[in-house]
Ligand binder design. Sequence first.
Ligand code: PEP
Length: 250
Amino acid sequence: MTNNNIYFVANWKMYGNLRSLKSLNKVINIAKSNLLKKAKIIYCPPYTLIDQFVKKTKNTKIDIGAQDCHFKNGSGPYTGRISANQLKSIGTKYVILGHSEKRSEGDTDQIINKKILIANQEKLKIILCVGETYKENKNKVVLNVLKKQLNSSLKNLKKFNNIILAYEPIWSIGTGLIPLNSEITKNVNFIKNIIKKKYKIQNIKVLYGGSVNQNNINILKKINNIDGFLIGGASQNYNKLIDIVKKTTI
Ligand code: PEP
């Protein structure tokens, strides 16, 4: 891990309902105790819970994010969509963009780029996911894939202070498979170097995501160039999430 605050982004995907607020209370209580001083916890529940989560976490160290936003901003005839402006208006601070589950539903790098520019305009903090498929990994084209995803989705972006990147190998999401630490280190270094060289940004934060859980965290936390984790499945259980946070930060 780097020496900075360590990020734990809880991506709840299409899980959770009002009853989930109870488990949020437990995480809030632990976050209040100075125990998790270095931890920056960001919950990304489904849209239906964002308002409640924002209210519950007011005056705590926990922030709330959305899992996506539409590529058009403001209001308009886009049935079923939510704009960055609507998210901002209810206190959402972060938005995950480019998640592979959204890419598999049709989000191209160009669409992701539009979403990034809009979310940035709304001053939402953006967690941009990049990563390769299993086939791309086996064909050893990971670095090309990462470069293309970064270059296309960050096009025309002028300010990077609201950008966090997440390296998420698609073959690792929800499968229980994780790359070797050396592989993650190499790919994260590559990402950081692109951002440094092309955009002159020195300290971009890069998280790792893909099957992080309470059992493999002691191995993953040894990776010294990452700034935290994007956690899907395991983050929906507060015991597992707290276990991951404690093992990484204490
Ligand atoms: C994710 O949703 O981005 C993710 C990494 O999921 P999981 O931890 O379940 O692999």
